[in-house]
Design a protein. Structure first.
Length: 264
């Protein structure tokens, strides 16, 4: 939900409307007619027609034979560019893949993007349950994932309180921590452990762990590495998980610094 109080004074209405059209089409996999788009976006049919024609010309929507519109292939290109920019140098992706291959666990990088916790890169492991929603760009459940907890732990108590107030503490499972007090205690335990964890808080039967890769004064430059696994394996192998995750985090940090020096 957009905050009307935060609307910029120089907002370009046509661009804003075009993006609303694109969002509406993207949320309708079966496609929408121009009239349906107009209703959903609260626009006139004439205005919607011009916006849709422009988006179709640029490749961001496609008109099908039945007259409905779906998202176009240009969206996939922008997504690939987003994933590449989030991940960083190619060596970072290679470090993630090596960690996933070595442990069998899926690994994820996360950071603050525009003030929100987001997954920025991933590598699937054969032993981890597949999670189709945990992919680059995922920005929900910061309080329920180890990746999110590791980033939340870098904030001050006031900053954490504002974050949780803004984004809420949705109960993904019966085990999800849904009060700030419970989360504060959990983060403190993670700090003592040297690794943030969760067990069944985001998905039942699944566990995840996370450590810091880059600690920086700039919130948006902080980076964490997480891995996911069956919850039973966390119970029996937490120390091994921490050791391997910490080693993988060092490899990612080295790959990141190597890539930055190469482009300097």
């Amino acid at each position: 939900m957009r905050d009307p109080l935060a609307e910029p004074s120089d907002l370009i209405r046509s661009v804003s409307r075009a993006l609303r059209v694109l969002e509406s089409v993207g949320r309708a996999p079966r496609g929408l007619t121009v009239k349906q788009i107009a209703r959903r976006c609260e626009l006139t049919v004439a205005t919607t027609y011009h916006l849709v024609r422009t988006l179709a010309y640029e490749g961001y929507v496609i008109r099908r034979e039945d007259g409905t519109y779906i998202v176009g292939l240009e969206i996939a290109d922008r997504y690939r560019e987003l994933v590449s920019a989030f991940r960083g140098p190619p060596a970072v992706g290679e470090a993630l893949r090596r960690a996933a291959l070595d442990t069998g666990y899926s690994h994820y990088l996360g950071r603050f993007v525009g003030g929100r916790i987001a997954v920025t890169a991933s590598a699937e492991g054969a032993r981890s349950p597949f999670l189709d929603d945990i992919a680059p760009g995922f920005d929900e459940g910061g309080h329920a994932t180890a990746l999110g907890k590791a980033l939340l732990a870098t904030l001050t108590p006031d900053q954490r309180s504002r974050y949780l107030r803004d984004y809420g503490m949705r109960a993904f499972t019966p085990a999800t921590l849904t009060t700030p007090e419970a989360l504060e205690a959990d983060l403190a335990a993670g700090e003592r452990r040297g690794m943030q964890i969760e067990m069944g808080q985001f998905r039942q039967g699944l566990a995840s762990a996370a450590v810091i890769v880059v600690a920086d004064r700039d919130m948006e430059r902080r980076l964490v590495l997480a891995c996911s696994m069956p919850a039973a394996e966390m119970l029996t192998s937490a120390r091994v998980v921490r050791a391997k995750l910490t080693a993988a985090a060092r490899n990612v940090a080295e790959a990141l610094s190597g890539g930055e020096s190469a482009t300097a």
